[in-house]
Design a protein around this ligand. Structure first.
Ligand code: NTF
Length: 831
């Protein structure tokens, strides 16, 4: 059966990309110049870090030039822009990507080779910019790449965290967190912009000032002030037709304010004030599913929103005096609820400082903000205590009250006398500890609210916000996620990229639908061989990395079966674990058990306070120890848990995968984006009908994937009936024996019960994520994988069909969808 035709709109990216003229000789000269004139060293003395630095600075000469041109162009035309507000940008490394996007990779590779250096080794010197947790932050990074590539005026706003996501190591199998020090010795990609510093008030009280005309207005007297210092990271679009910026705010103490403290309390207090101010941008909260209910987190959110909103208005005011024009020039996208406070902040500025009439200001806000929801997990919907709000942001609380008061009138008009509707839709949750519901504030204000995959957006309408959907029938929309093919194919898998250049032409990089060109040839023996040889090479490379990082030897002839993502019970690494234990048991019970050798590879960080997630890491490490050192399995089974999973490690994993594990409980993974990166690189998916897996199955053909488990509807039905995990436990002997194994000390010698709490949560705990219910079907899917892998021609065909059908899932398409359905944005590439 021919795979389903892509429903994706053709990307209108500029197809012909002009080369930047630069010879290898010129590049050599530029790098050596930077060593001498920029770093005060020379080719003899320089270590690889210095070479990396010099190379980045050489590249920056082109980047900054293009940046200046872009800014002149945008400013000259006073273009409409999108402002992407996100608490997270998981950028990873920039050198390799910037070189690819500037089309200077080959030239630089040659230049460094002539200087006796290897570009890949030099790229490995770069610390990851890990200013995000996982999917949400990486999506933001892909989106700003696509915005620049497509030539859209856009700016990313975030926080310049001193410490990004913690570095992870293992001690006796347990996760240890250490601070990430990505910019300890500076970061060549960023430029400090003291000319654009902003000041941010906090705490204090609100005064009502009566005006001469009989009216009144509010004045917020802050109790503390922070200074926001912007650091700009240039974002190079592919082909360098546009270089946008990512503006990250660093917090410092406000000198003027410090001086008062100094006078009042002396030097020590002033120092304390300074370090307190600096803690605001010190760390990224390593928790992407639950809000850290801490004051500092709220201050962080307000700090970056206040800086960003002021910066947006500063740019607007350069060319405009008419506030009706604000929504023509500015769209503000809220990446999840984390930047919601930007809404009352804009209201505050318009009403209190610009002295606009409330209704006018509100009508502006409702035309400026759009909101993306990334999760249905109830614990992830941010709610802040009213008391905390009152203390930190007293004026914003008043504004939220007024927004809510007026909105309750709308609800009353729609459902007269229905207090339960009001309670449900109110921005303020009543109770002993009253709360501000940030998602409600977003939905009430935003002119569009989008989910991130078709099924997720439906669930947003039917389960999360049904009443809002009734009230605002055109507000809730879908934009399916995507990933940038520049990083996730061209840069990370150069061999496969070269194959595609030959097969479909090099412009697949800006038009991923072109990969469809290989679909009719999926049975072609020569193509299959080339495809599988590349996969093998990538696996050999990964095997070396595995050996380096863990000491475990794995064979590239085995099936590489990979699950990489944040550790969370809904993502069900524990289901994968149960199946691994079953295989191990089968091998012990029958040493001749016939299976294709399999290497199970994990990468995942657990939120430091998430006990069960850390237990699962511990269990997997302990199981790995046992399995990898058990001669009875005859090398047929290996388990590795790679430490410190991050973007740069992911770039080595996706190209080397045979199997992609996308096994969340149906209805809980909003989209997933790793699923896309695997498939683009030719891995086959074992997955549930959840998130973007469903749309992938539409594009690829479900028969070319290993779909298993309960559907969203079946999950709901089972839960409604009353789910009892013990039914499955007693009815499936293999499952029972695997779970009972966890109670022994087999994997934790001398410590029986060390893994029992995993079993308990799956049985007595009620198995919230239905691992037992899906186990049998998961295990069956793995038998199919084993059988299919034995026929390499069939496998190769499927791998090609998967990769070739992924056009829809590129972030250029996502951005085109946002641009047309939400942002109403026009391209302005520099000529
Ligand atoms: C994540 N959400 C979802 O869990 C993923 O399914 C999705 O692919 C990404 O967002 C990007 O849309 C979050 O990280 C959060 F914070 F919202 F829970």
């Amino acid at each position: 059966k021919a795979p389903a035709k892509s429903t994706a709109k053709k990307s209108s990216a500029v197809n012909k990309v002009p080369e930047i003229e630069c010879t290898s000789k010129q590049m050599q000269q530029a790098i050596v110049d930077r060593l001498h004139k920029g770093l005060g060293t020379d080719a003899e003395k320089a270590n690889n870090k210095a070479w990396w630095n010099a190379t980045c600075h050489a590249v920056n000469e082109v980047v900054f030039d293009k940046l200046t041109q872009t800014q002149q162009n945008h400013s000259g035309q006073d273009t409409r822009s999108v402002n992407y507000l996100s608490l997270e940008f998981l950028m990873g490394r920039l050198l390799s990507n910037n070189l690819h996007n500037l089309q200077l990779f080959k030239v630089t590779e040659e230049a460094l080779k002539a200087l006796g250096k290897d570009l890949y080794e030099i790229c490995d010197e770069e610390p990851d910019m890990a200013l995000g947790n996982g999917g949400l932050g990486r999506l933001a990074a892909c989106f700003i790449d696509s915005l620049a590539t497509l030539g859209y005026p856009a700016i990313g706003y975030g926080i310049h965290y001193e410490h990004g996501l913690f570095a992870q190591s293992f001690q006796d199998g347990r996760q240890i967190e250490r601070p990430d020090t990505w910019r300890e010795y500076g970061n060549p990609w960023e430029i400090c912009r003291p000319e654009s510093i902003q000041h941010v008030p906090l705490y204090g009280y609100v005064e009502t000032v009566f005006d001469e005309d009989g009216g009144s207005h509010k004045v917020w007297h802050a109790g503390q002030k922070l200074k926001g210092v912007p650091w700009d990271v240039p974002i190079v679009g592919y082909g360098a037709k546009t270089v946008n910026i990512l503006r990250l705010w660093e917090s410092r103490a406000d000198e003027a304010f410090d001086w008062d403290v100094f006078n009042a309390g002396g030097y020590v207090d002033a120092q304390a004030e300074k370090s307190k101010a600096e803690t605001v941008s010190k760390v990224l909260y390593p928790n992407d599913e639950t809000p850290e209910g801490k004051e500092l987190r709220l201050v962080q959110q307000y700090f970056f929103c206040a800086c960003s909103v002021k910066d947006i208005l500063r740019r607007f005011k350069r060319h405009n005096t008419d506030w009706t024009k604000l929504s023509d020039k500015v769209a503000i996208q809220l990446n999840d609820t984390h930047p919601t406070i930007a809404i009352p902040e804009l209201m505050r500025i318009l009403v209190d400082e610009e002295r606009l009439d409330w209704d006018f200001a509100w009508s502006i806000c409702q035309k400026v903000f759009a909101y993306t929801n990334h999760t249905l997990l109830p614990e992830a919907l941010e709610k802040w205590s009213v008391a905390l709000f009152e203390k930190v942001l007293p004026r914003h609380l008043e504004i939220i009250y007024e927004i809510n008061r007026q909105f309750m009138e709308v609800v009353e008009a729609k459902w007269p006398g229905d207090d339960s509707k009001k309670a449900k839709l109110s921005i303020i949750e009543e109770g002993d500890d009253r709360k501000v519901c940030m998602a409600n504030l977003c939905v009430v204000t935003a002119y569009k609210v989008n989910g991130v995959a078709a099924v997720h957006s439906e669930l947003v309408k039917t389960d999360l916000f049904p009443e809002y959907h009734e009230l605002f029938p055109t507000k809730l929309v879908n934009v399916t996620n995507g990933v940038t093919p520049r990083r996730w194919l061209k840069a990370c898998n150069p061999k496969l990229a070269a194959l595609y250049d030959d097969e479909v032409g090099a412009d697949w990089v800006v038009n991923l639908d072109k990969l469809r060109g290989v679909l009719p040839k999926a049975k072609d023996v020569a193509l299959q061989k080339r495809f599988m040889d590349i996969k093998k090479d990538n696996k050999i490379e990964l095997a070396k990395i595995i050996k380096d990082l863990t000491g475990v030897e794995v064979s590239a002839d085995a099936i590489f079966d990979i699950q990489i993502k944040r550790l969370h019970e809904y993502k069900r690494q524990q289901l994968n674990m149960m199946h691994i234990l079953a295989l191990y048991k089968r091998l012990l019970d029958n040493p001749d058990y016939d299976m294709v050798p399999r290497v199970f590879i994990f990468g995942a960080k657990a939120a430091p306070g998430y006990h069960m997630a850390k237990q699962i890491i511990y269990a997997l490490n302990k199981i790995a120890d046992k399995v990898n050192n058990d001669e009875r399995v005859k090398g047929k089974l290996k388990v590795v848990f790679l430490p410190n999973y991050r973007v740069s490690l992911a770039e080595k994993l996706f190209p080397a995968a045979d199997i992609s594990e996308q096994i969340s409980t149906a209805g809980l993974e909003a989209s997933g984006t790793g699923n896309m990166k695997f498939a683009i690189n030719g891995a086959l998916t074992v997955g549930t009908m959840d998130g973007a897996n469903i749309e992938m199955a539409e594009e690829i053909g479900a028969e070319h994937m290993f779909i298993f488990g309960l559907s969203v509807a079946e999950v709901k039905e089972l839960k409604q009936q009353g789910y009892n995990p013990f039914d499955y436990y007693y009815n499936n002997p293999e499952l029972k024996s695997v779970l009972d194994w966890l109670d022994t000390d087999y994997f934790t010698p001398g410590h029986p019960g060390a893994l029992s709490d995993i079993k308990r949560s799956l049985l007595e705990g009620g198995d919230e994520y239905l691992c037992l219910a899906d186990y049998a079907s998961y295990s069956e899917a793995h038998l199919k994988i084993d059988a299919m892998y034995r026929d390499q021609a069939v496998w190769a065909e499927k791998a090609i069909l998967n990769s070739g059908a992924m056009g829809k899932f590129n972030s250029d398409r996502s951005i085109e969808d946002y641009a047309s359905t939400i942002w109403n944005l026009t391209k302005h590439p520099i000529s």
